[in-house]
Design a binder for this molecule. Structure first.
Ligand SMILES: *Cc1c(COP(=O)(O)O)cnc(C)c1O
Length: 454
């Protein structure tokens, strides 16, 4: 069969509704043009994030009922731990309420002023936690990863040459080497198994722990299976294990590739580090057999981990994005190619080239998508990354709008509708203007800052 279908049928639905254009304009003005400030009921198709927004399966909901809420030693924890270790062979698995909580714990140990932490591209909460500790994060993705039209199959790869130089230069100030799979902030692009191994080898050469931010490990494994030489006949769980056997530590947001609505974990091999992490966990999250989660959440994640590695699911998941990328390309909308795993990234800086980066072309496009079609996307560019620790501002390396697809939530006709909204916008894009920020917090400003139309 040629058509790749949604490999599920729908058992329970949520209605969505369309406001008038005028209503949408009013709502967004009230939210100071920050899409995070909207009420989600006023959004028709919500592509703000794929984080925690997916649909759970019937089997996950059934598992929820099995959740055991014992404070210590719940069987739900042991099922969760077993499901994680089945894919990621770490000695210690520490549940947290989200990925960022795992990061906060990790950088309370590894961070601190004077420290330097490399990654292919730090995700915003990762960078936020690093900077809050006083450390500095650096992005060392390969050059192809910064070129939106370059069709390199693994654009999330670490630049191993630069990493080697970096580790030599920064020496003792580097507490760990990180890699993010897939590279969310760099377009949801995958990292090859060879590159994971190469990065791990460099970390070992310089005696540094190797940390994988594994939020989209299953999507990354699918790309490895599809694109990396010699991986075609291997199972997704085997590829996943090969990735994580290289690592000393992993951080995870279970709101991504564990089909959870909430959850995360920190996993590691070193006993001393694990003890420090658990002490911190008890202070900030909870007892080590529940972290920041309820027993029922742990059950949902354990079941989710068995579903996320399903090849029919991953084929459909990755195809949704490549389908939209193909159609947007035909319309002349510049998109990051090849399509990312969880999202379509539109290159707003080049599509709205009349808007300079410091007037936030990505924000302008994100606003227009909502005003025109009720679609909520997310700027990933100068708004998100432009503010420097000293309060000055420089353009982000790209100005993208991310249309992130919740897992198992929208169908093909929703995808067709998104393409149609772009079709309408291409007729009026010259009239779209820039924005200025009128109010912002010191860190991670994109969540709460306020804008004015210029
Ligand atoms: C979502 C995400 C995080 C943070 O996880 P939360 O569960 O949202 O706290 C960290 N890294 C990457 C790559 C992510 O996508």
């Amino acid at each position: 069969m040629k058509t790749i279908i949604e490999p599920f049928r729908i058992k329970s639905i949520e209605p969505i509704r369309m406001l008038s254009r005028q209503e949408r304009e009013e709502r967004l003005a009230c939210a100071h043009y920050n899409l995070f400030g909207l009420h989600s009921e006023d959004v028709l198709i919500d592509l703000l994030t794929d984080s925690g927004t997916g649909a759970m399966s019937a089997a996950q909901w059934a598992a929820v009922m099995r959740g055991d809420e014992s404070y210590a030693g719940s069987p739900s924890f042991y099922r969760f731990e077993k499901a994680v270790k089945n894919l990621m062979p770490f000695k210690h698995v520490i549940p947290t309420h989200q990925g960022r909580a795992a990061e906060a714990i990790l950088f309370s140990i590894f961070g601190g002023s004077g420290k330097n932490i490399p990654n292919n591209t730090h995700f915003d909460t990762t960078r936020g936690n690093i900077e809050a500790s006083g450390a500095v994060g650096h992005d060392l993705v390969i050059a192809e990863g910064l070129d939106p039209s370059n069709e390199h199959p693994f654009k999330g790869n670490m630049d191993l040459y630069r990493l080697d130089k970096y580790l030599e230069q920064y020496g003792k100030t580097v507490p760990c080497v990180m890699i993010t799979i897939t590279n969310n902030a760099g377009g949801g692009q995958p990292v090859s198994l060879a590159n994971i191994r190469g990065t791990a080898a460099l970390a070992r050469k310089y005696g540094k722990p190797f940390v994988i931010d594994g939020c989209r490990f299953a999507e990354n494994a699918w790309f490895i299976k599809e694109r990396e030489q010699g991986q075609q006949d291997r199972s997704i769980p085997d590829i996943v294990r090969d990735c994580f056997v290289e690592a000393d530590v992993m951080t995870m947001s279970a709101k991504k590739d564990a089909f959870g609505n909430i959850g995360g974990w920190l996993a590691l091999n070193d006993d001393d580090l694990a003890e420090q992490a658990r002490n911190q966990l008890i202070r900030s999250e909870g007892f080590p057999t529940y972290g920041g989660l309820a027993g029922r959440d742990l059950e949902a994640l354990a079941q989710g981990l068995s579903e996320i590695v399903d090849e029919d699911y991953l084929r459909y998941r990755i195809r949704t994005n490549s389908y939209i990328v193909e159609r947007l390309s035909k319309l002349g909308v510049p998109v990051v190619k090849p399509a990312g795993g969880h999202a379509v990234f539109v290159d707003a800086r080049s599509w709205l080239s009349h808007i300079p980066p410091l007037e936030y072309p990505g924000q302008s496009l994100a606003v227009a998508l909502y005003e025109e079609g009720g679609i909520r996307g997310c700027e990933i560019g100068t708004v998100m990354f432009g503010r420097q620790p000293d309060g000055t501002e420089i353009p982000g390396s790209m100005d993208l709008v991310r249309l992130a697809f919740p897992r198992r939530t929208y169908t093909q006709s929703h995808a067709d509708y998104v393409v149609e909204v772009f079709e309408e916008l291409s007729k009026v894009k010259k009239r779209l203007g820039g924005y200025k920020i009128t109010k912002e917090p010191r860190l991670m400003r994109h969540f709460t800052c306020e804008f004015e139309k210029l």
